[in-house]
Design a protein around this ligand. Structure first.
Ligand code: SAM
Length: 318
């Protein structure tokens, strides 16, 4: 996330008014950049083997995901849709130039939400689901395994969608012993190999998926204006996306525009994000002030940093 560079700017600004002005300009440019990060739909390549080419997979809770260090090495030196030209890749911010929002890593609240799905027996069957701020996309993949009718994935960064989300979805769709729809006995299957299996044809389950990158307000406009029918989502899943209060308005409006009137949002978050300022109570207050949604805290987790799961629904929903 952006904490490091912004923190450095704060210190510099204290030292000189010139730097303070530069910092101001930087922040304005950063905000502008946030507003104009265009939305894009990513098509699923015909040849799925290309999606998995050069990928090394790891597993967690019996789900496959791309090993990041290998993505870094592969992207190094290539120019892609986000203009990656760096020869030496030493960090995520080198891999993704410009604003990077954290989608390359699997954040711990993803696992909290996965636990909650099992405990609360959240039903995905025939539901239309959005994994908002998906990163690795594990939440959406679990929804696919639960026989959701459609699952859409969104991340801010297009590199994350191409290099992480799409390969993860493809790998889990084709992997041995884990046919979609068998999510409930995930723990029983044998560990998959690190090299992804070859894709033979496009598994039907992939036809249920769409992939989007871009800033939230842009993505919701793209969805609402698209020729393809955009059914509102029955379930929106979102983990570790409320760290920055500057995004609350865009996030709130996106949820309001895309959620079905009787739909539910399951939001997993740390109670407080030190250094960035966001957190669950601040977002809860933001929602309350807007008066569109009702919220309930359905789970709190006290090990390590305190975390929560919040359920959000329209005020007038059943
Ligand atoms: N949900 C994933 C997880 O739990 O592992 C990734 C969490 S990552 C910290 C935050 C995610 O929110 C990023 O993947 C990013 O794409 C998305 N995001 C944050 N701010 C955004 C914004 N303003 N517009 C669009 N996406 C945003």
């Amino acid at each position: 996330l952006r904490e490091k560079s912004r923190g450095t700017a704060d210190l510099a600004a204290k030292a000189s008014p010139k730097l303070a002005a530069a910092k101001h300009q930087d922040e304005a440019a950063w905000k502008k950049n946030l507003c104009v990060k265009a939305a894009k739909e990513h098509s699923i390549p015909q040849d799925l083997n290309k999606v998995l080419e050069n990928k090394v997979m790891e597993t967690v809770l019996d789900l496959s995901y791309v090993k990041l260090s290998v993505v870094e090495r592969t992207c190094s030196g290539d120019a892609d849709s986000e203009g990656i030209v760096s020869k030496s890749v030493s960090s995520h911010s080198d891999l993704i130039p410009g604003v990077y929002e954290g989608g390359l890593k699997i954040w711990e609240c993803t696992f909290d939400l996965m636990d909650y799905f099992s405990e609360a027996e959240i039903e995905f069957t025939n539901k239309t689901v959005l994994d908002l701020g998906c990163g690795a996309g594990l939440l959406g993949i679990v929804a696919l395994q639960g026989e959701a009718a459609r699952v859409h994935f969104q991340d801010y960064n297009s590199t994350v969608i191409d290099e992480i989300t799409l390969p993860n979805v493809v790998a889990n769709c084709i992997s041995e012993g884990r046919r979609m729809g068998s999510g409930k006995d995930r723990k029983a299957s044998k560990p998959p190999s690190k090299r992804p299996r070859k894709a033979e044809g496009s598994p039907d389950v992939l036809n249920k998926c769409r992939f989007f990158s871009g800033e939230w307000s842009q993505v919701s406009q793209l969805l609402l204006n698209s020729n393809k029918p955009c059914l509102k989502y029955d379930i929106i899943l979102t983990s570790e996306t409320i760290y920055n209060p500057d995004y609350y308005s865009a996030l709130h409006d996106t949820l309001a525009q895309l959620l079905h009137r009787n739909g539910r949002v399951y939001l997993a978050s740390k109670v407080h994000y030190f250094g960035v300022g966001g957190g669950i109570y601040l977002f809860e207050k933001f929602i309350e002030d807007k008066n569109v949604f009702k919220t309930s805290m359905v789970k709190t987790i006290d090990q390590g940093l305190q975390r929560c799961i919040m359920e959000i629904a329209f005020k007038n929903s059943c």
